[in-house]
Design a protein around this ligand. Sequence first.
Ligand code: GLC
Length: 755
Amino acid sequence: MTRNYTFYTAAFLLALVFTGCGQKAPVYSNHPDIPAKVETLLAKMTLEEKVGQMNQYNGFYDATGPLPEEGDARHKLEHLRNGWVGSVLNVRGAKATRELQRIAVEETRLGIPLIFGLDVIHGHKTLAPVPLGEAASWDMQAIEKSARMAAVEATAVGQNWTFAPMVDITRDARWGRVMEGAGEDPFLGAHIGVARVKGFQGDDLAADNTMAACAKHFAGYGFSESGRDYNTVDVGTSTLYNVILPPFLATVEADVKTVMNSFNTLNGIPATGSAFLQRTILKERWGFKGFVVSDWGSGREMIPHGYAMDLNHAAELAANAGSDMDMESYAYVKHLVALVQAGKVKEEIINDAVRRILTVKFELGLFDDPYRYCSEDREKKWLYHPEHQQVALDVAKKSIVLLKNDAQMLPLNRAQNIAVIGALANDKTSPLGSWRIGSDDGTAISVLEGLDALGVPYAFARGPELVTGPLAFSTELEFNTTDKTGMKAAVALAKKAKTVVMVLGEHGLQTGEGRSRTDLGLPGLQQELLEQVYAVNPNIVLVLMNGRPLAIPWADEHLPAILETWHLGSQSGHAIAQTLYGLNNPSGKLPMSFPRNVGQCPIYYNHLNTGRPGPGTDVFWSHYMDVPNSPLYPFGYGLSYASFAYANLSVAVKEDGTVDVSVQVTNESEVAGAEVTQLYLHDRVASVARPVRELKGFSKNHFNPGESKTVSFRLTHKELGFFDNNGTFIMEPGTFDVMVGTSSQEGLSATFDVK
Ligand code: GLC
C-alpha cells in the first residue's frame, strides 16, 4: 500500500495548526508521517472511543492479578465491539489474538487495532535464566540476544508488547520480585535494562518479530518496606535520583515505548496517581514519548491506599497524573467520559494519552497490517526453535556463579561415580522460574538430564519432597516440613559415594510476585537433609537453584564447593552439568549481595560511610553485635576455574576533565575463562554524601591460558557526577578513589583529583 504523503502532509499541517484550540499538537514519533496520521485519526474519534484506547482488559485466560468483582468476560466483548478497548493482555496464541483483532478492526466504527501485552520476562516458550540470574552474566550482548529470542517467539503468537524489562533496583532479598530485575546496582541495572529494551524492540518496531518494551515498575517498587510485596515505599531524594530513577532514565534514552507504573505509594503518593513521577519527571524532564500503563488494578487500588474516595475519584486522579492506560481497574471505561464532561479531566489530557497510545500502535505497524503478529505459520516455526535453545544455553552458562571451590574440588572428573541428591535435581519445571506464563511446565532440561547427556556415571536419591499441594502462579506454596520419606535412602547413598552433588534451593514458584519470605535459608527439609548427608560424607558440591540471594552461612562454613545456578531456564541441566564437569568455566558475578542472615537485609555494597564506620574498640560504631557488617558474598563476586591477576593500574586525568583508567589482567592458569573486570569510584567529599563505592565501569573479557590483556575505561562527567537533591545532575571537583578489580571488595586502588 503506497502512502499518499501529500495528503498526510496537508493533514499534518492542518492538525498542527488546529489541534487543541490552535496549540501545536505534541509529536511523539520521529517517523515522517505518523504524527499526521495520529492527528487525523484523533480528530475523527468520539470521546468514548478516545477513552476506549485508554482501557486495557485482561484476556480470557491467565489472570496475573486479582480479578475485580466484575471480572467476567461477558461484557468485555461487548465493550470491544463498542470501541471501548485499546489493549488486551494475557491472550494466548496467534489464533486467539487474531480473532480479537478481527473484532477490533472489522466490527468497530474506526477499526483501531488492539495492542496485545504479555509478561515476556525472560523468554516466551524457550526460557533464558530468570532476569536476576541472567544479570549475573554481566554480558550485555548475551542479554540483548536473549531478549531478541523472546521477542521472536512472543510475536509469533500474536504479542506485540511485553511488560519487560523490570528495572526496579532492590537491596532486599526478602522481596520475591528480586528475581525479575537486575539486582542492587543502578549502573549495571541501567545497562541491562537498555540491552533488554534493544533486544525486544530491535531496530524496526514495525517488523513482525519486534515488540514494544515496557520499563517497570515506575517507581520505587523494589524498595517495598521489609521486602514485603506491595508494601509502602519511603525513600530519600538522593536514593530516588541516584539509585531508583537512573535505570528508567536509561531505558527512556534508549527509546523504550512504554512505562508501567507501580503499585506502591512513593513517599505517600501512589505511583499511579503521582504527577511528580509520571508528568514532571518522566514526560517533562525526560521527554518520554511513549505511554504509561498502570500496573494491574493499581488505579483501583488508590482506594485502599486511602488516596481515592472511590473508583470515579481514582479515574480522575490517575488520568490527571499521567497514567495513560488503565490495566484492569475498569476505572477509565466506567468514569472517564463523565469526568471529562464534568470538567474534572480536560479533554486535552485524554488527547495526549490517546496520541501516545496511537503513536505506538502506528510505529508497531498495526495500522498497516493489524494481523502482522498473528501468524500461525511463524508460531509453528519459531516456538522452541533449536537456535533459541542455543541462545538459552549460552546465556545460562554465562550466568552461573562459582561461590566456593576449595582445593579445586570442581570441575569433577568424569570417572568418579557421584551421588546426586535433592528433589530439584530432576525438577523440570522449577528452573523455568515463576514468570513462565507463555511457556510449558516440564520443559526445562533437568540436572539429571544434563548429566545423562554427558554420559557421566551417577546415582540419584531425591530425598524428601520440597513442596506439597497445588502448584500455580497465584497459589500459595506449601512446603514439606514433616514427611521425611527419602531422607534415609539419600544419606545411605551419600555414604557410599566419593563425591555428593546436592541440588538444593527454591521451588520455581518461590520467587516472583507475591512471594516474599522472612527466612532466606534453604526451605523445607533441605537444610536437615544437607546436614545429615554431610555427617556421612563432607565431600559435597552444593548446586544452588534459586531466584534470590539466600542466606547459607552453614553451607559456606562447611562445604568445599558451592555453585550458584539460579533458575536457569530451559537449558538449565545442560549448563549446570557442563559447568560441573569443566566444559563450561563459570564466569558469572553476583548482581546482588548474599546476606549472612536475613537480619542484615536490606544489604548492599554501595552504602554510605555513616559518621561511625568503625571498626571501633568500643560499641559506639555502626555494627551488629552478632554478625559482621559485610555480606556472605558481595556484589560483583564470582570465582572461576581459572585464576586472574591484576597489575599495573594506571590513572590519567586529562585536560578535558575525563579520566583514563587501565589495568593489566592476566590469566595465570592452564584453563581458559572469562573475567568481569569492574571499576568502582568513591567521591570522597561532595555536597551530597556519596557511597563508599559505586560501579562506574565493567568489561567482560575472555582469556586463554596465560593470556594478558590491558582493560581500559574512560570516565566522563556521566560517571564522575551525581544527582543533587533537586534531581539536577552535577559534577563537583574533588578527590576520588578508584578501585579496579574482580569484585566490589577486591582490586587495585588509586586516587585522583578532578579540578
Ligand atoms: C502484575 C505485575 C506486572 C505485570 C502485570 C501484568 O501484577 O505487577 O509486573 O506486568 O501485572 O501481568
